[in-house]
Design a protein around this ligand. Structure first.
Ligand code: CA
Ligand code: CA
Length: 216
């Protein structure tokens, strides 16, 4: 049910079919809690962020910022369990965002994005004002991911969602068609800065770049 809702937000037609190839899920569930550290409010002090399973398909992300406890429930992958939230700074303002895996397939992971709004942990919303999710992976059938690039003294956040034009081709001849969307993040809301549709591009084409390391 969870996955259906998420896939509906994907921008590439046929993506759901492509993801249907990813049927195998890891057998071991992580009960948690798992912990990571991040400077959520940008004051130079590091906060501890915990993620733990609190019910079937339910995880609780929590932290104490400046002495005040805050937490938020998110969907969790009921088969795989949870991963430690990924720490990123999607707009380069010195305050960390968290990418929380909420659906983990053999080839593709879907992340919710959290930010600290000054009082609580909250979900980053997309241009449609709904909680934003980003996919990473895709195997051979799709190419999904995100990247951060320098932008106006901070960073822009780009997502790539593309599907293979013909999965039957040899690996070195595969091409992808889809969309690269460039966002700016402000006050927990993403705004679309640029949308770049593309077709028939090899995975080496810069429009398909999705190296998330620049978001750390
Ligand atoms: Ca801090
Ligand atoms: Ca930030």
């Amino acid at each position: 049910m969870n996955r259906t809702g998420i896939v509906r937000t994907a921008t590439v037609a046929g993506l759901a079919a492509a993801l249907g190839l990813a049927v195998a899920a890891p057998a071991v569930a992580a009960p948690g809690p798992v912990t990571t550290v991040a400077d959520l409010n940008g004051d130079g002090e590091i906060e501890t962020v915990d993620a733990q399973v609190v019910g079937d398909g339910d995880q609780l992300i929590s932290a104490t910022v400046d002495g005040t406890y805050t937490s938020i429930h998110l969907p969790a992958d009921s088969q795989f369990g949870i991963e430690a939230p990924r720490v990123a700074d999607l707009n380069g303002d010195g305050r960390a965002e968290l990418l929380v895996a909420q659906s983990i397939g053999a080839n593709t992971t879907f992340f919710a994005v959290l930010h600290f709004d000054g009082r609580t942990l909250a979900q980053v919303v997309g241009a449609d004002d709904r909680p934003f999710t980003v996919a990473e992976g895709g195997g051979v059938a799709a190419h999904l991911g995100y990247q951060c690039t320098p932008f106006e003294g901070g960073r822009a956040f780009a997502t790539v969602a593309a599907e293979s034009d013909d999965v039957g081709r040899p690996a070195d001849q595969l091409t992808y068609s889809g969309t690269r969307t460039v966002y700016t993040l402000r006050d927990g809301a993403l705004s679309v800065h640029d949308t770049v549709p593309f077709s028939g591009r090899p995975v080496t084409d810069p429009v398909l770049d999705a190296d998330s390391a620049g978001c750390a």
